[in-house]
Every structure is written in structure tokens, then in C-alpha cells.
Design a protein around this ligand. Sequence first.
Ligand code: ISE
Length: 337
Amino acid sequence: MTVRVGVIGTGAMGSSHARTLTDEVGSAAVSVVTDIDLVRAGEVAARTGARTAPDAAALIADPDVDAVLIASHDSTHAELVLACIAAGKPVLCEKPLALTVEDCVRIVEAERRTGRRYVSVGFSRRFDPAIVELREQVRRGAVGTPLLIHAAHRNVSTYAGDSAASVHSTAIHELDQIPWILGSPIVEVSWNAPRSTSLLPERQDPQLILLRTADGVLSTLEIFVNAVYGYDIRFEAIGETGTVALAPGGATVGTADLTRSTRIDADFIQRFADAYRRELTGWVASVRTGIADPDLAGAVDGLRATVVAHAVVDAISDPGRARAVAYPAVSEPGVSA
Ligand code: ISE
């Protein structure tokens, strides 16, 4: 059976996902697309052999849509996910699941009431081969008991927004990734910042976030959304007997002009192309078989990351002071192993 996917939002991420589903994922076809800019949606429809729907509600109700991929503005996610659950259609929603904790709770509760799994969240790092390998090494004790993590997340440039947007849209990846790697929830956060870059006056950039997980590991997380030089994701786990880190740079080394150099990706679509393909393949397979891919983040994972993001944003007003993270009861039981 071919899974007919409706794509809501055809900006950079949505159009990339539509292309990947069409060209690289077996048993999937993009059947309907929509966007607030219908011209842009029309271009993606023409490239993928889909048709356009006038709006998201029409797309979700469309009989030619078996499952929905949401890649529209973060502020639209909650209502669209709830509409998919109400329509009985599986949905893969880009991160964040929702901007408020209350909306995440509504989604978790609505899904629970159905007794079925409908919601997956686009925490694509869980599908990046190097990050998966790093997690396996940490889990099998290759570095001994983990003590510290150093993570950095740098973008060339960014979308409009304030310092909180850097947390909700960018840091959110690591807010999911760190507990997922350690198998331990984030229980305490604090925030600090150096002098801000002059190139992005409307927000604090970079930001330095400290995260403590229940196992006692402390993680430093640098978010630098206007780093200019390249898209650079760094991650090192330090244990009692060794460390494991993502290798820097690309696969090739160039030599010219008395210089040895490695390529740096321009953006997340390039850096995580493989992860997106694996994530979409896993999601389509779960829709086809009705058996959830265990690597796909679910609604509770989306809720937990948003809870931590809010704690970090609260911490911005009081740099250096640690604060505890309180999860709503609906997010129990603890972080999945
Ligand atoms: C974007 O939405 C992503 O998912 C990227 O991985 C992240 O680096 C970027 O900051 C976000 O805007």
C-alpha cells in the first residue's frame, strides 16, 4: 500500500520533506500540499505530482490524504495536530510540537483518549547515523559512566524572532536529544550569555544553557543562531574512562593555497539530509504497518522538550540562577529508554 501524504507548509523544511518523500522513500507519495502562500504550494505540487488544497482544514479532510506532515509555522502546530487526531489521521509534526505546555498537554490527552498512537514529532536528530552511534556508545558504557556533555548548535543565519525563539526553535533539538542519549530527564536548567553579536541586534546571540539530568550529568549547550561561517553541530559526551564526540567537518579534506580544509554544511537541510530520509522512511513504515517506529519521538517527548524550553526561557530573566524543571503529571512515566 502506498501512503498518501498531505504536506502542510511548503517553506524550506516542508518542500524538502515533500521532495524526500517523493524521491527517496518507498511506498509513499505526496498527494496534496498546502501553504499560506498558495503559489509556493503550487510549485511543490508541480514538482511532486501532488495537487493543492486551499487550506489546512481541507487538506486534513481530503480523502486522498492518509497521513499528514506538518511543517508550517510553529504557532500553528497545536491546532493542526489536534485536527489530525480528530480526523483519525497519523501526523508527523515538525518540532516544536506546540509552543505552550498547555497545548502539548491537550495533544497528549487527545491522543490518549483515542487509545491509539497518532502523533510523531520531527526530532530528526534521533535518526542521524553519527548521533545514533554516539548514543549507542554512551549506552553500552564505551566511555564509562557519563559525567559531562558539551554541545554546540550554530546556524549561519536565522529566521526573525527573539531570544526565546532561539530556545523554542533551535535549542529544542538538544532539549530532546540529551535526555534521549542519556536515558535521563532534564531536571534543572540555568542560562547565561556573553556579549551579544552585533550582527543580530534583536536577540541575545549566542546563548549558553546548562542542563542537569536526573542522573547527575551536566550539559553545556551553546546556541548561536547567527554564526555566519557555517552550519555546525557539535556534541561530546565525557565519561569516567573516555569521551565520544561527533567528528567535525565533512568527509573530504582539501589542500590548496598552503591550507588543508574540510567542508562545513551550509544549513540543516544539507547536514541532516540522511536523518530526514531515515525519519520519513520510519514514519511511513509505521503508518503502513500500524506499528510505531520506536525511534520516532511521540507526543510525550514533544511535551517534555517544550516544558524544558519554557524553563530555559524563564531562566533568561535571571542569568546564572538554576531552576528546577516541573513536568505535568500527564508526561509520566519517565523518559523512554
Ligand atoms: C530549524 O527549524 C531546524 O530544525 C534546525 O535543525 C535548526 O538548526 C534551526 O535553528 C531551526 O530553525
